[in-house]
Design a protein around this ligand. Structure first.
Ligand code: HEM
Length: 239
């Protein structure tokens, strides 16, 4: 082999090694690193001090050993170790059946929050591979449940943006609260009204209202409430 061919091959090998380590993202779906079964993952729940601690979220498995104070035995978040308890990241319920990977019935903003937790683990800990089950099949391919969760989270993000831009169109009331005087809302310009947040139900599953300042000609618009015991044209209302 000629010298230049040898150098060419050596450079190619070095480039390949570099791109494998630094360019190919471990999160891409077509190249499984390692597949875990739930039983195997459970071994790494912090009980055996000689083993590292692993955690699953949305079927992605991370080495969280460096967060031993949180995830080790006696740590506040030990229940996340050795399993995928995706739902508990938003429910805050770390007991019994609540430690489950199903997100069934959660709102789009809650599902978005679980996906953001997964992003946190991607940023903070070493990604190891996938848990075979709800979110990845035995080939390491994402299941319809993962795709549905990611789509719902994306919809949550969209709705949140929409809510923000809708809210920017109508000014919010000023508000203050004190132990002695209780709460008060007021408008520098316009009149305070309670207004249903338009996309809130789709986003969180619950209705919610905010105080807005409206011009006199807007006061007959639908979906508005006058504060209790507040005059129709009052500038300030006790709440
Ligand atoms: C839904 C409820 C909650 C969930 C799912 C949750 C989850 C977590 C997780 C996973 C960590 C570890 C992050 C890491 O690996 O570094 C963490 C850390 C922490 N959490 Fe929570 N948490 C919740 C509520 C709370 C509440 C209510 C408080 C305070 C009263 C709190 C205070 C903390 C503190 C102080 C840390 C440690 C930060 C550090 O030392 O780096 N958490 N939380």
């Amino acid at each position: 082999m000629g010298r230049s061919a040898f150098v060419g091959i050596a450079v190619s090998v070095a480039l390949l090694a570099f791109s494998y380590k630094f360019i190919l993202k471990p999160h891409q779906h077509n190249k499984p690193l390692k597949l875990f079964t739930p039983q195997e993952l459970a071994l790494y729940n912090g009980t055996d001090q000689s083993l590292p601690i692993f955690l699953g979220i949305l079927g992605s498995v991370f080495d969280v050993t460096k967060g031993k104070s949180h995830y080790g035995v006696g740590g506040s978040y030990n229940h996340f170790a050795g399993r995928d308890a995706s739902r508990a990241f938003v429910s805050g319920n770390f007991t019994g059946d609540a430690l489950t990977d199903t997100l069934h019935g959660l709102s789009s903003s809650e599902v978005k929050s679980v996906v953001e937790w997964r992003d946190f683990y991607v940023r903070t800990y070493k990604f190891l591979g996938w848990l075979v089950g709800r979110y990845y099949d035995d080939q390491g391919q994402p299941t319809k449940h993962l795709k549905a969760a990611e789509a719902k989270a994306a919809r949550g993000a969209q709705l949140l943006e929409k809510q923000k831009s809708e809210e920017e169109k109508v000014p919010s009331c000023n508000s203050k609260w004190s132990q002695d005087e209780g709460g008060e809302v007021w408008c520098d310009s316009g009149y305070p009204r309670l207004m249903q947040r338009p996309v809130e139900i789709a986003l969180t599953g619950k209705a919610s209202k905010r105080c807005v300042c409206l011009k006199e000609e807007e006061l007959e618009n639908p979906g508005l409430e006058v504060y209790e015991e507040c005059d129709y044209l009052a500038k300030a209302c006790k709440v």
